[in-house]
Design a protein around this ligand. Structure first.
Ligand code: ADP
Ligand code: MG
Length: 263
C-alpha cells in the first residue's frame, strides 16, 4: 500500500502564483479525479509533483509514503514509483519505446529480457499497432497513437502511482476508451493509484473515480464522490468559480520563498 500525499502545496511559475494550498492524498487502488476549467492550475500541479523544471514550490510537502519527493530529482521520483502521462507527450527522435523501457527496467534492477514480449502483449491489449513499437517515441504519431504509446509504457512499467494529465486531449473516442480502460484495469490488477486530471467527464466513464476534486484558481474548492461529475456535467464550473478570490500577482514573497500572506 502506497500513498501520494500532497499537503498545503503552494507553487508559482514564471513569477505567477498558480497553486494556492493543495491538499490531496491518493492511495494504491484508488482513482482521484481533479477537474477544473482551463488555467486552473491542473498541469502545474502535475508538473510540480513530478518535478518538472521551471516551477517554484513556495510552501507545502509532497510525499510518497515517507519519501520527501520535493527534495528528489524527477528520475528518482520515477524510480520511487511515480509516473506522469503528460498532456502533450514529448517526441524523442532517434529513441524507440523499447529503448526507453529497457533503460527504465535497468534503473529499477529488472531484467530486460522480456521487454519485447511485454510490449507485444500490451500493444494488442490497447489496439496499438506493432509497427509503432520500433519507431522513434511519439514522432509523427497522431494524438491517439501518442496516448496509446504512453499508456503502453505505463502498463509495462507498473508504477505505484500515476498522474494522467488530460489523457483525453487529442484522443478520438476509441483511443480514449482503450487507454482509460487499460488504466482502470491496472488499478484492479496491480493496485495502481491514479490522479486523473481532466475537464471533461467522458474520460471518467471507463476510469471510474472514487473521489472527485474541483480545482479553481489553484485551490480545491469541492471534494466529493463520483456524483460531482454529474453536477459538473449539468451546471459547468460556473457555480464553483463564484466566490473565489482573484489570485495574487505578487512575486516578492515568491522570490524570498516565503509563504504568501492572504490579507
Ligand atoms: P490547466 O492545466 O488547469 O489548464 P495550467 O496549470 O497549465 O492550467 O496553467 C495555470 C496558469 O498558469 C495559466 O494561467 C497559465 O497561463 C499559467 N502558466 C503556465 N505556465 C506558465 C509559465 N511558464 N509562465 C507564466 N504563466 C504560466
Ligand atoms: Mg493543463
Amino acid at each position: 500500500m502506497t500513498t501520494l500525499s500532497i499537503a498545503n502545496l503552494h507553487a508559482s511559475v514564471g513569477g505567477k502564483r498558480i497553486l494556492n494550498g493543495i491538499d490531496l492524498a491518493v492511495s494504491s487502488g484508488q482513482v482521484h479525479a481533479v477537474m477544473g476549467p482551463n488555467g486552473a492550475g491542473k498541469s502545474t500541479l502535475s508538473a510540480v509533483v513530478m518535478g518538472q523544471p521551471g516551477y517554484t514550490v513556495i510552501d507545502g510537502t509532497v510525499r510518497l509514503d515517507d519519501l520527501d519527493l520535493l527534495s528528489m530529482p524527477t528520475w528518482q521520483r520515477a524510480q520511487a514509483g511515480l509516473h506522469l502521462v503528460m498532456q502533450y507527450p514529448t517526441e524523442v527522435p532517434g529513441v524507440a519505446v523499447a529503448d526507453v523501457l529497457k533503460e527504465a527496467f535497468l534503473a529499477r534492477g529488472r531484467s530486460t529480457l522480456d521487454v519485447e514480449e511485454l510490449m507485444s502483449k500490451e500493444a494488442a491489449r490497447i489496439n496499438f499497432g506493432e509497427q509503432f513499437l520500433t519507431r522513434s517515441v511519439n514522432v509523427d504519431l497522431s494524438g491517439g497513437e501518442k496516448k496509446r504509446n504512453e499508456t503502453l509504457q505505463l502498463a509495462i512499467l507498473q508504477p505505484k502511482i500515476a498522474i494522467l494529465d488530460e489523457l483525453d486531449s487529442g484522443l478520438d473516442i476509441d483511443a480514449l476508451r482503450d487507454c482509460s480502460r487499460r488504466v482502470e484495469e491496472a488499478t484492479n490488477e496491480d493496485g495502481l493509484g491514479v490522479l486523473v486530471i481532466t475537464h471533461y467527464s467522458r474520460l471518467l466513464k471507463e476510469l471510474k473515480p472514487d473521489v472527485v476534486h474541483i480545482l479553481v484558481k489553484g485551490r480545491i474548492v469541492e471534494t466529493g464522490g463520483p456524483e460531482l461529475v454529474e453536477v459538473l456535467e449539468r451546471d459547468g464550473y460556473a457555480a464553483f468559480e463564484r466566490d473565489q478570490p482573484e489570485e495574487s500577482s505578487s512575486t516578492l514573497d515568491d522570490l524570498f520563498g516565503m509563504p504568501h500572506n492572504e490579507n
